[in-house]
Design a protein around this ligand. Structure first.
Ligand SMILES: Cc1cc2nc3c(=O)[nH]c(=O)nc-3n(C[C@H](O)[C@H](O)[C@H](O)COP(=O)(O)O)c2cc1C
Ligand code: SF4
Length: 555
């Protein structure tokens, strides 16, 4: 059935994209769940009412309940750990009725805390007086301020932009060379995807290149939903051409003519900056047919998300673009064979694409000399508001984690007991393990953690670990796509078990909790349900003494 829907959606194409129309309606009305409008969309797309309603009602920002919301407070892990949201809610409640205050997660203002969205703009770290002015006049300072530090002798991902002609010159040279040569460079670079799984980039591109068919797509996964991560946000807002160049290189290599940027709605500045960069490229004669006389045709389409963490999972993301309910699809077939509209598609993370210029310029072997043997190249990390110098850090893979956290970022300004690296599905690292870790996939994996996308959230001493565990279960329950039982039911049952123990209504049966976590880990279809047991198991292991009062004694 969903194959037929993909084919129907393909008929509308990206220009009349069904999902974008839903989002536009949400922007105008606060919801896309309006009976007659849903009916009309369903008729035009031939999806019908039920499927169209099933899709729009999935997204936080398109649901009926969203229509009344005027201010959206961030409820992500970094803002929770910053401890700012209670006071923010009180202050905001002085200006708006309870039903006008909603939630959103996460705005990428993790370096400051106190994040919220108002009239489509993001704010953080505001005082009560600033809020007063903002809500009365609509005028406020939404500037995003954080440190950007490169530990590399020659910065790569944070290097200043040199202007379109100079910046795109290496790509122009490559457009006249052989794709087999590029394949060799990509393989030698050993670049692994930065979206979390660390999959070798050259294998993915080669698979799409070899797939047959006249229509192929390059999709940039800019749905960076991990609380604590604002790496892709930085790249899109401060280094947009690094992303566009990487996507164009992928298009030329694989034989695709369209690049789709799927950017989360929580990052309005990223959407506008990427659109502006695409326009700059167009104005410079770098888009359209026969680019720079090379015979290569390419163009971009930007799609704004609508508030669903699971749309970061690549198959859910593709279903979302097609206007279908964004449920995870079973793989194989992989997107490189059956991706967007069931056509061969490369899906890569923003940061992965941003590495391309370095490979095109210095060559694969020189690129691979940065970092470790198995984890090559530079890596960005984003640090939250508990650090003395919160911000974005560029290091070579293999750099000691302690160097970044303590030497470059100045350590913690508040007492902290653990950090969570790699988002809500990443490991929970107690402070005494930091010294043993280096920033690469293997070091984290071997120690029982996960590098993931490398956003860092600090868990303060003052935040009970049991509360953090409940937050993780709740996050998973809220964001589950519902396709498989272990995640859909397991996350809610886990949250209930923890809530009961926190409220003194019954200690957690350790065997039951172990069963639940093992089932989620082993039987979930994707890494949302399958991944959240990792930090919870880490917490149970490393914070056993603190958590003891909440668990029943083993039978
Ligand atoms: C629940 C879930 C959320 C994800 N969120 C993101 C995301 O926000 N950004 C991203 O690039 N990859 C995300 N991924 C990974 C993607 O599915 C996919 O592996 C990635 O986009 C591939 O790009 P890469 O090879 O460049 O890493 C997520 C995966 C899961 C299971
Ligand atoms: S693990 Fe959760 S998010 Fe992933 S497919 Fe299953 S229900 Fe959906």
């Amino acid at each position: 059935m969903s194959r037929n829907l993909s084919a129907l959606s393909f008929r509308k194409g990206l220009d009349e994209n069904v999902f974008s129309r839903m989002v536009e309606m949400g922007d105008q009305l606060g919801t896309a769940e309006v009976g007659d409008k849903v009916h009309k969309m369903g008729e035009e797309s031939l999806f019908g009412d039920a499927l169209t309603l099933g899709a729009v009602s999935f997204y936080d920002l398109l649901k009926k309940q969203h229509a009344d919301k005027k201010v959206l407070l961030c409820n992500g892990s970094a803002c929770l750990c910053a401890g700012t949201q209670g006071k923010l809610r009180e202050d905001v409640a002085g200006h708006f009725a309870e039903k006008e205050i909603g939630h959103i997660c996460c705005l990428g203002r993790c370096h400051e805390g106190g994040a919220f969205q108002y009239k489509g703009k993001n704010y953080s770290g505001q005082t009560a007086a600033q809020l007063e002015t903002l809500f009365k006049t609509g005028e406020g300072d939404s500037t995003d301020r954080y440190a950007v530090v490169s530990d590399l002798a020659t910065p790569i991902l944070t290097a200043p932009f040199s202007g379109i002609a100079e910046y795109y010159a290496p790509l122009k040279e490559w457009l006249a060379r052989s794709r087999d040569d590029l394949q060799a460079e990509l393989r030698d670079s050993k670049l692994r995807g930065r979206g979390g799984a660390g999959f070798p980039m050259h294998l993915k591109w080669q698979s799409c290149r070899e797939a047959t068919g006249p229509v192929k797509y390059i999709v940039c996964n800019a749905d960076e939903g991990d609380p604590g991560a604002y790496i892709d946000k930085y790249l899109m807002e401060e280094q947009p051409h690094s992303v566009l160049l990487g996507m164009m290189a992928a298009g030329w290599f694989c034989g695709a003519q369209v690049g789709v940027l799927y950017i989360r709605a929580e990052y309005p500045d990223s959407v506008s900056r990427m659109n502006a960069a695409v326009q700059e490229l167009r104005d410079a004669g770098w888009l359209g047919k026969n680019i720079q006389g090379s015979g290569f045709d390419f163009d971009f389409k930007t799609i704004k998300g609508a508030g669903a963490y699971i749309c970061g999972e690549e198959t859910a993301l593709l279903a979302s673009i097609e206007g279908q309910r964004p449920e995870v699809r079973v793989r194989p077939p992989f997107p490189t064979v059956e991706g967007l509209y069931r056509k061969p598609t490369v899906v890569n993370n923003v940061e992965t694409f941003a590495n391309l210029l370095a490979i095109l310029t210095m060559g694969g072997k020189a690129y691979a000399a940065i970092g470790t043997d198995a984890s090559t190249g530079p890596k960005l990390l984003s640090l939250d508001s508990h650090f003395r110098k919160p911000g974005l850090y560029e290091v070579a893979m293999g750099t000691p984690l302690s160097k970044i956290l303590y030497d470059l970022a100045g350590g913690f300004k508040n007492p902290v007991k653990a950090i969570q690296v790699g988002g809500p599905l990443g490991g929970l690292v107690p402070l005494d393990k930091i010294d043993s870790l280096t920033v690469d996939f293997e070091s984290f994996k071997n120690a029982g953690f996960l590098l993931g996308h490398a956003g860092v959230v600090s868990i303060p001493e003052s935040l009970p670990m049991i509360e953090y565990i409940e937050h993780l279960f709740q996050f998973t329950a809220d964001e589950s796509c519902g396709k498989c039982f272990p995640c859909r039911l397991g996350s809610t049952r886990g949250q209930e078990l923890v809530a009961k123990a926190r409220n003194g209504k019954g200690a957690i049966d350790p065997e039951l909790m172990t069963d639940l976590l093992d089932t989620m880990e082993q039987a979930s279809l994707c890494a949302l349900g399958g991944g959240v047991p990792l930090p919870i198991k880490n917490a149970i292991r490393y914070f056993a003494a603190e958590l003891k009062p909440y668990f029943a004694a083993p039978a």
